[in-house]
Every structure is written in C-alpha cells, then in structure tokens.
Design a protein around this ligand. Structure first.
Ligand code: ZN
Ligand code: ZN
Length: 356
C-alpha cells in the first residue's frame, strides 16, 4: 500500500494537483485496503487520511493501516479538518464519480481549486501485483469449474433463471465470496442480446445458449463466456458464426503483447468478423480489463487508439456475432499480459455441443 501511495503521488505533477480526493469504492480499496461502503480518502504529498463514519472506524483502522483514520461525525467536518491542516491548494477529484451535490459541497470550502480528473488511479490499477493476480487466478478457476457444470444444468425444460441460479450456487459453495456480476444465461433468440438478463424462457432442443459468468475472490473478479448448442447437429448458420467468432478470438489473442494499442487488438478480431459480413453484428468492444471491477482499464476497442497495453494487465478477449431474431455467439477468455505475449487464466474447454 505504501508503494501504491507513492505511485499516486508521482502523478501529482502530471495532474497539476497537490492532493487527491478519492471516493469511488474500487479506487479507495486499491490504495488503502478499506472495503467499507463509505469513506473519503484524502492524499497529499505528506499525509494520507481516510475519513469515515462510526460504522467503519474499527474496520478502517484494521484494513487501512497506512492511512490516518479521521472519525467523521459529519461530512463537512472531515473535509474542513483536512483542508485546514494539509497545506494544499489544488485538489484532484474523480470526475466520473463526483455528483453535482458533492461538487456543490466541495465548492463551499473557499480558497481551494477542485480539479476534475477524467481518470486517477485507473491506469495504475491496470497492472496487477502478484497478490492481485493470485486472487484473479483463483476466481478464474472457480469460473472454469462452474462452466463445466453447464452440460448437466442446461437441459431442455429448465428456465434460463434456474440455470443462472444453479451456477451462482455452485460458485458460492465452491468458495467464491460473490459472483462477479449477474450471470447471463441467454437462450434461443435471447442469445442475440449481448447482455440479456436471464428470465423465465424454457430451454429447448435446438437452442443456442450463451453463458457469461464470473466469480469474486478477495474482491477480485473473473469473466468467462461460452456458447453452447443444445443438440448434436446444429444448422450451418450456427457453425458459420461460431467458427468466425472462434477465429476472431484466436486472432486477437495472438496479437496481445505489451506496447500494442487497444485498437490494434480490437482490429484483429473486428476485421475478421467484418470480412465475414458481420461487422454490423458485433457492436461491443473486443475486451476489457478485469480486477476489482468487472469492466476496468484498459480496453480492446475501436476507440482505444491511445491506450497502450502494459505487461501485467489482466484482460478479456470476447468477440461476438449477434443476429437479431436468430441468435448469437460469444467466446470470452481471461488473459494475463506477459513480457512477450499473454497467458490464459481461463482453462475451460470450448466444446459447444450438448447432447440432449
Ligand atoms: Zn463476460
Ligand atoms: Zn467481459
């Protein structure tokens, strides 16, 4: 945590601030270790203060020993105390997380400049430590074990919601502290909806079934998608899009190494899908960072031309093709960017056919 504080302070010149206020839970946790739901972190070159209310005084002292814990009785208090004693002028704030109400409260403290920063510690969080990587690996192993249950669970006659619940139960009973996000089970025509919420649709023979799931271990998440077909002889249309997505997935992974841009890797998948005539059926990015948050920096996307992928990042690769009214295919793995390429953190096989 001391190293993380130093890394943040090393950005102050670039951000043109002499202190930073952090309120977003993932950023707070990353720099302090504090897991509670409410706190403000105030970091200057000399001091690191964690202000929280009485629900969390004890937990903050235990979890965040590198921070002075300020026992907040009301929000004004904490800020006034820090501002009065920290000798700072320009304070960076997380533009993506500060509400208008909070901005109005900050503006009441006169004589300070609040500097909205589009990103603060997100770029630092992209490179995972050994401890973070170990937690993600454990989450990925639980996810692999869960997806191996799909051929047993996804039977004609059961609902999407029932399959999602059994997968959640399996991961929690196997040691996950939580699911990484709401599990997606998208069957039949629903598989054409990339973020379908599982409902009462009953699975039937001949369905495509997309399962997208992840586990959480020590705050860190994993993310995996497999596409299945209920039956042994899918129509050519299924194989056509399945094989295109599989090729795009492999092409993108083959291009991952430190120093490439997020746009380069995205293009490796996207160009193949576009050449197959499905450019308009692949609306989302090719992948995203995963850590304390399920979607975090960096990204494999058309828009990521300035994003340099660093060694140590943990990324998904998840191209898809979605044909409205018919169905879709997505294949997603989790990868760790190494010095000269990448290594798989996911190990689930890609065998789509489920005999019914
Ligand atoms: Zn996913
Ligand atoms: Zn994902």
């Amino acid at each position: 945590m001391t190293d993380r504080l130093s890394a943040i302070r090393a950005c102050f010149d670039e951000w043109q601030v002499d202190a930073l206020l952090l309120i977003s839970p993932a950023n707070r946790r990353w720099v302090s270790g504090f897991t509670g739901s409410a706190a403000q972190l105030l970091i200057s070159r000399q001091r690191a203060v964690l202000a929280t209310d009485s629900r969390y005084w004890e937990r903050a002292a235990a979890e965040a020993p590198t921070f002075e814990v300020f026992q907040m009785r009301d929000e004004k208090d904490a800020m006034a105390n820090f501002l009065a004693t920290a000798g700072v002028q320009r304070i960076g704030v997380e533009a993506a997380h500060v509400t208008l109400a909070r901005q109005a409260a900050l503006d009441k403290h006169e004589g300070f400049t609040w500097v909205p920063l589009p990103a603060t510690v997100e770029a630092l969080r992209a490179v995972k430590s050994a401890g973070e990587l170990a937690a993600i690996r454990a989450a990925a192993r639980l996810t692999d074990a869960a997806v191996a249950q799909v051929p047993r669970l996804a039977r004609p006659g059961v609902t999407e919601r029932a399959v999602a619940w059994e997968l959640e139960k399996f991961m929690r009973e196997s040691g996950a502290e939580d699911v990484a996000f709401d599990i997606i089970v998208a069957s039949g025509p629903h598989s054409a909806l990339p973020h379908h919420h599982p409902g009462e649709r009953v699975l039937q023979a001949g369905d495509i079934v997309i399962v997208d799931l992840g586990a959480q271990v020590d705050g860190y998440k994993s993310d995996l998608t497999r596409t299945f077909y209920l039956g042994e002889s899918p129509e050519d249309a299924f194989w056509s899009i399945y094989n295109t997505v599989a090729q795009a997935h492999g092409a993108a992974i083959g291009g991952i190494r430190p120093g490439v841009t997020g746009k380069d890797v995205d293009a490796l998948a996207r160009d193949l899908i576009t050449a197959a005539g499905h450019g308009d059926h692949f609306g989302h990015g090719t992948g995203h960072g995963v850590g304390l948050e399920i979607h975090e920096e960096p990204r494999f996307s058309k828009l990521a031309e300035k994003t340099i992928i660093p060694a140590g990042a943990v990324m998904t690769v998840e191209p898809g093709i979605y044909l409205p009214g018919y169905g879709g295919v997505r294949i997603e793995d989790l990868l760790h960017v190494t010095a000269d390429g990448s290594e798989y953190l996911s190990a689930a096989p890609k065998t789509p056919l489920i005999a019914v």
